[in-house]
Design a protein. Structure first.
Length: 127
């Protein structure tokens, strides 16, 4: 878990150096690994989410640089440890904000979800 924490912290630092507003942690089913996507001012989280390949690349968590990153990292680590026994891709996320709650599809889901690119949404894991 310490290696995972170090990797996420390195990505968070990279995003801060790029003046990102958010960092999306994305699970790639083909590579069976996670990678960061940085959201820069003017883009919006929804626009960056639209670049993902549905059913293959699944957003796992969204860090906001406007709030305490350490608390967000602890929440992610807690979520990971609670689902580690499942041996499956991460659970879907709930997007909440100014619009009604929307659940992002889990891997291999067949539905597409539209997002409002102007909203300032936050992400909370569904466990």
């Amino acid at each position: 878990m310490a290696d995972y924490r170090h990797r996420i912290n390195a990505w968070l630092s990279e995003g801060a150096q790029q003046n990102a507003t958010h960092m999306l942690l994305v699970f790639d089913a083909y590579g069976d690994d996670e990678f960061p996507l940085f959201v820069h001012p003017g883009l919006g989280v929804a626009r960056v989410l639209a670049t993902l390949v549905s059913e293959v690349q699944v957003p796992v968590y969204c860090f906001s640089y406007r709030t305490c990153l350490e608390a967000q990292l602890e929440a992610l680590l807690s979520m990971r440890s609670s689902v580690a026994h499942l041996q499956s891709p991460p659970p879907p996320l709930t997007v909440s904000g100014t619009q009604p709650d929307v659940v992002l599809p889990a891997p291999h889901a067949t539905t597409n979800t539209a997002f409002n690119s102007t909203s300032e949404s936050t992400f909370e894991p569904v466990i």
